[in-house]
Design a protein around this ligand. Structure first.
Ligand SMILES: Nc1ncnc2c1ncn2[C@@H]1O[C@H](COP(=O)(O)OP(=O)(O)OP(=O)(O)O)[C@@H](O)[C@H]1O
Length: 304
């Protein structure tokens, strides 16, 4: 399945049929991907699926072996294309002896119309860190500084490779707020994350990579709709073994009086529950989330 075409005017960067081999591995195997302005595209996939390779090809950090990569309509290797891009990669080296304020001043000097240092600090939540040396910060604090560095040139397109890994809840929510603000200003964002609730909260489009191929692309709702499983929960005295033996039931778990069930056909399950237990209470049915969709896709792949 490939990423559908957007109007070319909206697309800031694109991969078309890109193939890239890393060592013996076909890291990208004919990937189509379009990154539009004013939207968050979440690139998801298990470890080794090819997410970082896709980002590096789009950034001109490695070439495509075949197919085409464009950044603002030009080659990703063109210097003027990179000037409109901000990137927070997994491996980032910044000068350790500079203070955060010095670091941001340095990075701002590379851009034509950078954000103010105060704006960068507010967006990335750097209160109290500005006079600290970068090398002395904790891992999570360094990650926040890396986020500030990525956005300080006022980029039209932002690449965020697992930006919130290692961040505490407050810092993660700060990054989410900042991403929403940048997108509201019109920036395009490519986000990779292993936190599926993060993709669910932020992404307009989700692209699932699997062994270098686009396995699925669409809105969060479209990806979730691929999953037929439903969650049913209720208070019942019926035993787990009884429910587990019913057709279509894939998981049963009990917590006190409450039983949580995952099943393919929620309607049939609910009818059966009500028929079997007249005292059944607090019935709840919900659609599977992005996390379950992702697990189902990955499990199908392993089973294939
Ligand atoms: N320098 C390299 N030499 C050989 N193989 C590599 C190299 N870099 C990446 N690969 C392989 O290419 C494939 C894709 O790697 P990539 O880093 O793009 O995956 P990813 O989806 O970003 O994974 P993760 O979620 O772990 O960051 C993997 O199988 C990886 O082992």
């Amino acid at each position: 399945m490939s990423d559908p075409d957007f109007h070319d005017t909206d697309v800031l960067a694109r991969l078309r049929g890109v193939r890239r081999k890393r060592g013996a591995v076909q890291a990208l195997d004919g990937v189509d991907l379009a990154l539009p302005a004013g939207r968050v595209t979440a690139l998801l996939g298990v470890n080794g699926a090819g997410k970082t390779t896709a980002i590096e090809v789009l950034l001109g950090l490695q070439p495509a072996d075949a197919g085409e990569a464009t950044l603002f309509g030009r080659s990703p290797f063109a210097h003027d294309a990179k000037a409109q891009v901000g990137a927070m990669l997994q491996q980032t080296q910044l000068p350790e002896r500079l203070t955060v304020a010095e670091l941001l001043a340095l990075v701002r000097s590379w851009y034509a119309a950078p954000r103010s240092i105060a704006d960068c600090a507010a967006l990335a939540g750097l209160d109290g860190l500005m006079t600290r040396r970068y090398g002395r910060l904790s891992g999570g604090q360094q990650r926040r500084v890396q986020f500030a560095v990525a956005l300080c040139g006022r980029p039209s397109l932002l690449f965020l490779d697992e930006p919130t890994t290692g961040l505490d809840i407050d810092a993660r929510q700060q990054v989410w707020r900042a991403i929403r603000e940048l997108v509201a200003e019109g920036a395009g964002v490519l986000l990779t994350t292993h936190y599926l609730e993060e993709a669910e909260a932020l992404a307009d489009r989700v692209v699932v990579l699997d062994r270098g191929r686009v396995r699925m692309a669409g809105s969060v709702a479209e990806v979730r709709a691929q999953v037929v499983q439903r969650h049913v929960a209720c208070d019942t005295q019926l035993s787990e073994a009884t429910i587990a033996a019913w057709p279509g039931v894939t998981q049963v778990a009990r917590d006190g009086a409450r039983v949580s069930i995952v099943a393919g056909d929620a309607d049939a399950l609910v009818r059966r529950l009500l028929a079997a237990d007249a005292a059944l209470a607090n019935l709840e049915v919900r659609r599977a989330g992005l996390a379950e969709a992702f697990v189902q896709m990955t499990t199908e792949r392993e089973a294939a």
